[in-house]
Design a protein around this ligand. Structure first.
Ligand code: IMP
Ligand code: MG
Length: 185
């Protein structure tokens, strides 16, 4: 039997379970079913946003049964638990986007800044269209006008970690998603 660790401490911050691995798995199953039906364009290109979306993408894309390709971009805008308000493109993509359906795969949409930046960046390649798939969405934290096409879970504007999401690079490997404890009390 595994012991369920419901609270954890990283540096001086306490976190508790917010979404369990089982809840995430179930949601991903139904998201994949929806995408397999709704992605009718030929050979869509999934653009996975590193680092945070790597676990979500690995779990989700193994359930996508239509032919597709995968590319990765790496951008950074966060410092600890606060957005620095700056986006830097670190790794770009080399694929030709002309007339392709591009699906951005994000771990979380918070202020919407990264997504706004990525949309502009990818548009330069003249894709057929750009859609967005995000595991988590904090609608109350939005500062930019973006609407993700597919959302795993809408959450309150709290800081969360686990399942790819980090606190200063810690916590990405946690199978469940945790929320900072004092923020929900
Ligand atoms: P945005 O540009 O403000 O929408 O933030 C997007 C990026 O910030 C996400 O892709 C994450 O990498 C990071 N981020 C936003 N909220 C959280 C959080 O609660 N925990 C960990 N990372 C987050
Ligand atoms: Mg991210």
């Amino acid at each position: 039997m595994f012991e369920v660790m419901s609270t954890i401490k990283i540096n001086s911050k306490h976190f508790e379970v917010y979404l369990t691995a089982a809840q995430i798995e179930e949601r991903i199953k139904s998201l994949a079913q929806q995408l397999n039906k709704e992605l009718t364009t030929e050979n869509p290109l999934f653009v996975v946003v590193l680092n945070g979306a790597y676990i979500f993408a690995a779990d989700l894309l193994r359930k996508i049964t239509i032919p597709h390709e995968v590319a990765f971009v790496k951008i950074s805008s966060y410092d600890g638990t606060k957005s620095t308000g700056m986006v830097k493109n670190v790794i770009g993509i080399t694929q030709n986007l002309q007339n392709r359906h591009v699906v951005i795969v994000e771990d979380i949409v918070d202020t919407g800044q990264s997504l706004t930046y990525l949309n502009q960046y990818l548009k330069e390649g003249n894709p057929l269209k750009i859609s967005t798939l995000t595991l988590l969405f904090k609608p109350k934290a939005l500062l930019h006008k973006v609407t993700p096409t597919w959302v795993g879970f809408e959450i309150e504007p709290h800081f969360v970690i686990g399942y790819g999401l980090d606190y200063n690079e810690a916590g990405r490997n946690l199978p469940d998603i945790y929320v900072e404890s004092e923020k929900i009390k």
